[in-house]
Design a protein around this ligand. Sequence first.
Ligand SMILES: [Fe+2]
Length: 185
Amino acid sequence: MAFSIERFVEDCRAARTRPDWPQAIAELLREAVREPAAIDALTAERGASARKGFDVWVQSDDLTVYQVEGRRGLVSPPHDHACVAVVGIYRGSEGYKTFKVVDGQLTPAGEVTVHAPDVSVLAEDLIHALDNSATEGSGSIHVYGNIHFDLAERRLWHPDTLEEAPFSTSQQFKWTKGARAAAEA
Ligand SMILES: [Fe+2]
């Protein structure tokens, strides 16, 4: 069946009620990432991603789904998600740096590069930063079990000093190298 954004969101809503929702949504994403051309065509029709670099498909208290252009050169500050996240890379590749808090100080813990098609379930306590300085860039779909944007429990760190700062989506975008639309976040 051809990929449909509406159906994907409905399927995610149904999956979210299950205790094993991250695995159920990972399965939906594994099907979705097989159809990169369809995802790109539908996203292009909607236009948001071309303007802002991302396209929110749904946002609610227990489910947020959006598509992102992880452009080449994009480098985000370290952040968490305050929830398990499920990410499907359907086009290209992207890099991540991972971090751990050691004695109260954010500390680099590793690097990973993922290539499409890839679906990853990210642990609730994961801290990472997107780093596409050495990758071609990607198209991806992100699913979170919370409202995601501007959630007070989320955590953010300055990209250079690694000092923790109060989380806001606009601050995250301001500290993202290569981001297009800080004000629209
Ligand atoms: Fe993230």
